[in-house]
Design a protein around this ligand. Structure first.
Ligand code: NAD
Ligand code: MG
Length: 396
């Protein structure tokens, strides 16, 4: 039987890489549903190629334009744009696998729907777990879902761990996430205030969506990943460490109690972790190039106060303080960061002010104890309002 796959965010960087892997294995996978925000033409091309039963657009105008094009092209896909459309395609009884590749907290509701419906849930959308935290994990457990990491670091950790999750608590000493250091690892710290969106989005090793690219430049991506690792692997904040590894060859590692370290290596190509998520516990061809060790000049590591400048990546520490704060703090941090990144990309605030928006939002919002999706959405709304107020005060 072929596995039927829903790809949430199919027009994005992870979404298109997922469809690339799926297309390599027509004997194993078929596409059940696709979703996108506004990219009608790309969605039409994907519908022509994969013939999904459903396609979802985030708004009615885009949905209607796509529906007309689907009709003209003689396709049978149903086009949806209702508020609950993402939840429908994430939890539909015909679906086996859900790739969560929407960016930001917008992906939380369909992730929870897939979790509750017991799907194999491939999590690229780290913000959903950062916001959802224990509520998310409870839904996975209750629904009997299989939650598999797609973020390259977390896939690496997962691949480095024993297969039985029940043994993890007894054997893990530390989870060590590698970070490339992004485009500004060696830039003069005094010039970070002048960084443009174009510079921030030019990552040295990975081609990604705009939001995660800016997060990689501020290191907020690594902060979100520290929080993500806390939930995925059940470790304490003290067991999480970050080391800079500019070549992005070691994708992350686990240090065990005997001080043996197991790492996963590969070329920086997200099709590797995506293929592993799709096929686990088997392995299938991903399209990623093999490592050529004879062509790797060096693998280097650096402590985080790169070049003696701990102020280069001030946001990273927020991961540990948010994890130690009341539940809900990580959701507030995520909302603030989404607002701040959008304001930076819209040239309303400077690059170095992203951290200020995050700090001031954390200082003003009281983190309630969210217990369900509605609580999380309410907290996310309050945090966004507070973050927008900070942006309004400092915008140029
Ligand atoms: P992207 O911006 O390239 O794509 C985002 C996708 O989500 C698009 O299909 C877009 O149409 C859709 N989308 C955006 N906002 C939406 C909304 N409000 N409602 C519905 N759909 C919406 O982003 P990406 O780089 O593919 O990243 C996706 C997720 O995967 C992010 O959470 C990111 O952190 C994570 N991730 C990405 C990479 C990478 O290499 N790109 C690596 C690890 C993790
Ligand atoms: Mg990552």
């Amino acid at each position: 039987m072929k596995q039927r796959v829903t790809v949430l965010g199919s027009t994005g960087s992870i979404g298109t890489s997922t469809l690339d892997v799926v297309a390599r294995h027509p004997d194993r996978y078929e596409v059940f549903a696709l979703s996108a925000s506004t990219q009608v033409e790309l969605m039409l091309a994907q519908a022509v190629q994969f013939k999904p039963r459903y396609v979802v657009m985030a708004s009615e105008p885009h949905g209607r334009i796509l529906a007309e094009k689907i009709r003209i092209n003689g396709l049978e896909s149903n086009v949806l744009w209702s508020k609950d459309a993402l939840e429908i395609i994430a939890s539909h009884e015909s679906v086996d696998v859900v790739m969560a590749a929407i960016v930001g907290a917008a992906g939380l509701a369909p992730c929870l729907a897939a979790a509750k419906a017991g799907k194999r849930l491939l999590l690229a959308n780290k913000e959903a777990l950062v916001v959802g935290g224990d509520v998310f994990l409870r839904a996975v457990k209750k629904g009997g879902a299989t939650l598999l990491p797609i973020d390259s670091e977390h896939s690496a950790v997962f691949q480095s761990l024993p297969s039985d999750p029940a043994s993890w608590a007894h054997c893990i000493e530390k989870v060590i996430l590698t970070a490339s250091g992004g485009p500004f690892r060696t830039r003069d710290v005094g010039t970070l205030r002048d960084v443009t969106p174009e510079e921030a989005c030019a990552h040295p090793n990975w081609v990604m969506g705009q939001k995660i690219s800016v997060d990689s430049a501020t290191m907020m991506n690594k902060a979100l990943e520290v929080i993500e690792a806390r939930y995925l692997f059940g470790v304490s904040p003290e067991q999480l460490e970050v080391v800079i590894h500019p070549q992005s060859i070691i994708h992350s590692m686990v240090q065990f109690h005997d001080h043996s370290v197991v790492a996963q290596l590969g070329t920086p190509d997200m099709r590797g972790p995506i293929a592993y998520g799709l096929s686990w516990p088997e392995r299938i061809a991903s399209g990623a190039a093999a490592l050529d060790f004879s062509a790797i000049p060096a693998m280097t590591f650096e402590a985080l106060d790169v070049n003696g400048h701990p102020e280069r990546f001030p946001g990273l520490q927020l991961a540990w303080s948010a994890l130690r704060g009341p539940s809900g703090t990580c959701a507030v941090l995520n909302a603030a960061n989404e607002v701040a990144v959008a304001a930076f990309l819209g040239r309303r605030i400077r690059f170095d002010q992203i951290h200020r928006v995050n700090l001031e939002t954390l200082a003003t919002v009281t983190c309630s104890q969210p217990d369900c999706l509605e609580d999380l959405i309410a907290l996310d709304d309050v945090a966004r309002m507070a973050a927008n107020a900070v942006v309004g005060r400092i915008a140029r």
